[in-house]
Design a protein around this ligand. Structure first.
Ligand code: GLC
Length: 493
């Protein structure tokens, strides 16, 4: 293990998701993979995760779980003590601490429908537990690295909490924004019960968590952490604009000296068509015949006969962010004759209803799996021809990176991480996909048409597939960038 200034670098990642134990979206993938990649940079990175229903059982099944708890920790919230048992597990080389507190961590959906004084408590507890953990086993990180609004109270507490502010000198903090759309906005009356001083909420201090008369916990992490990051360089610029900043652009611009954009990677141990055990036939750039087998299997799964129409796929959360409405509008005129579309993803009722309707109207052209289904996701990436990713905004996006690996070519909106990772094939011989700029169905449609044209030209298509499959978005590069950030913070201390 490398030592900086004569000590080993230790980092605790704090988050409500960590794949494969608990996952709702891309955040889970990042937390399940980044710490392992940091280990290769000689950084002892571990994870603090709530034991949501089923997590302990899953840890015992797929990893090594120490059944004997490390001990108990207590956190005072709303004038009472909440106590959790801490369990330790090794999940394929990932060192995880699990907080067993069934009263707070009872929601299998992880995120509440509505944020209020009660529903926010699990996340505040998780955040404060990071200060209590070292008291149990003596493993004391120099860095507390929190992710998204749910763990934003970590660095805010080091500034404003009546007790935890006394730990301020013990830690450096890094805060990563995976999605600025969720900021943790709530009535400020909760602060007293969390143990925060009145300074935490003051419209005289632009660093405080006051936000248009409400409390904004994400704002607190942006102003108080030693550094904050976004999950792609372009997104770090997007959020400095009134459109992308969602009310926080002014705060972000004022703190931009400590902002970095570090692109996510994907886990090629999981997403590799050569070794993937979820797909019926493996393949690689050297031998692509397996992709055709996967295509056939996907058609069969959809109950369709092959009529030669290209298979467009969408794999992701069904939310406004992902451009679902625009996608269905753009597809309307293309279906029937030109393409078919396979959709895999979960989302809120409104979107699942819309997609179910869309499928009913086009039984021979649209197939939807409206749940997070790992088998179907792998088969769809492998069997599809073109991935649609018309996001309104995209902090990084993982689907396009996975699609590259499976030789499935993205048609994506040039925003955030999509703009950073997809190269337009009509503008460059290094092209890996097709980009469009304006968020309109007709622009998306034009980009799909360009992809369909390219697909008719075997030589061109094969070279795009080759570029995509050779692209390297492994975590090693991202981990190096995080290691450099930690080091920069230490040397500037
Ligand atoms: C969020 C973002 C997505 C990003 C992921 C992981 O889900 O919406 O763009 O890839 O977090 O950082």
């Amino acid at each position: 293990m490398i030592t900086y200034k004569h000590f080993t670098l230790k980092v605790l990642h704090i988050a409500p998701e960590c794949s494969p134990l608990a996952k709702k979206g891309g955040l889970g993938d990042v937390i399940g993979t980044l710490p392992k990649a940091l280990k290769k940079q000689n950084i002892d990175a571990r994870v603090l995760l709530p034991a949501w229903p089923g997590v302990i059982e899953k840890a015992a099944k797929i990893g090594k779980l120490n059944k004997e708890p490390l001990g108990k920790i207590s956190v005072a919230l709303n004038w009472r003590a909440y106590t959790a048992s801490v369990l330790e597990a090794d999940i394929g080389g990932l060192h995880v601490y699990l907080l067993d507190q069934p009263e707070l961590f009872s929601d299998p959906n992880i995120y509440p429908e509505r944020l209020d004084q009660e529903t926010i408590l699990p996340f505040v507890f998780l955040s404060f537990a990071s200060f209590e953990l070292p008291k149990l086993n003596g493993w004391k990180p120099q860095f507390l690295h929190s992710h998204d609004w749910t763990t934003a109270p970590v660095s805010a507490a080091l500034r404003w909490h009546r007790y935890y502010s006394s730990f301020n000198e013990d830690y450096d903090t890094v805060f990563t924004i995976h999605n600025l759309a969720f900021q943790g906005i709530i009535n400020h009356s909760v602060l007293d019960g969390w143990g925060f001083c009145p300074d935490a909420y003051s419209n005289l201090d632009s660093d405080s968590m006051e936000f248009f008369g409400q409390l904004n916990v994400m704002k607190g992490a942006i102003t108080t952490s030693e550094a904050f990051t976004t999950v792609s360089p372009s997104y770090s610029w997007d959020i400095q604009t009134p459109n992308g900043g969602l009310g926080l652009d002014g705060v972000i611009v004022a703190n931009r000296d400590k902002l970095r954009g570090i692109i996510n990677g994907i886990d090629y141990d999981v997403w590799n068509p050569e070794t993937d055990c979820f797909i019926p036939s493996n393949y690689s750039l050297k031998n692509m015949s397996g992709k055709e087998e996967c295509r056939k299997a996907l058609l069969k799964e959809c109950g369709w006969k092959d009529d030669g129409r290209p298979l467009l796929i969408f794999v992701g959360r069904l939310t406004e962010q992902k451009g679902v409405d625009m996608m269905t509008q753009a597809l309307k005129s293309l279906l029937a004759k030109k393409v078919r579309c396979v959709i895999v993803g979960s989302g809120n009722d409104m979107y699942t209803r819309k997609i179910t309707e869309f499928e009913k109207e086009n039984p021979d052209s649209v197939h939807a799996t409206l749940e997070f289904n790992e088998d179907m996701a792998h088969l769809t990436y492998a069997g599809g021809d073109i991935l649609l990713m018309p996001s309104l905004f995209e902090p990084c996006g993982l689907s396009q990176l996975i699609a590259f690996a499976y030789g499935t070519i993205p048609v994506a909106r040039a925003t955030g991480g999509l703009a950073d990772t997809v190269i337009d094939a009509d503008g460059s011989t290094d092209g890996t996909g097709f980009l469009f700029t304006d968020y309109t169905p007709s622009e998306l449609r034009k980009a799909i048409e360009r992809a369909l044209e390219a697909k008719k030209d075997n030589e061109k298509w094969n070279s795009i597939v080759k570029n995509a499959m050779s692209a390297d978005f492994s975590w090693d590069n991202s981990a190096k960038a995080y290691a450099e950030l930690y080091r920069d913070i230490l040397t500037s201390d």
